[in-house]
Design a protein around this ligand. Sequence first.
Ligand SMILES: [Zn+2]
Length: 108
Amino acid sequence: MNPLMTHCPMCQALYERESVKLIAERKPVRLYHSMCASCSHGLLAYVIDAPGGISSVGLITDISGEDALRQADLLTISAEECIASHRLILEQSQDICRQLLDISGKLA
Ligand SMILES: [Zn+2]
């Protein structure tokens, strides 16, 4: 199992080994999907092997493992999209978190 995917980012429950699946691999990128048995949130994680270490981007999702398998062939991400995503996450992380958590009205 990927050491980065040990627990659910939503409820912190530990993943069972069999709930984390390698969906696709196109070196140096691997796409994992996991489903949390506690809160039923899905997680798609792109794991990139880089010379300096492992990078990972996780997306909370409601798609199932089967859907992720079906979509794996469609999920082609270019280097430009990776860089754009990275910039977006860096520059707009607060907005992204607000939208993901839908708590914009509750933040101070
Ligand atoms: Zn969970």
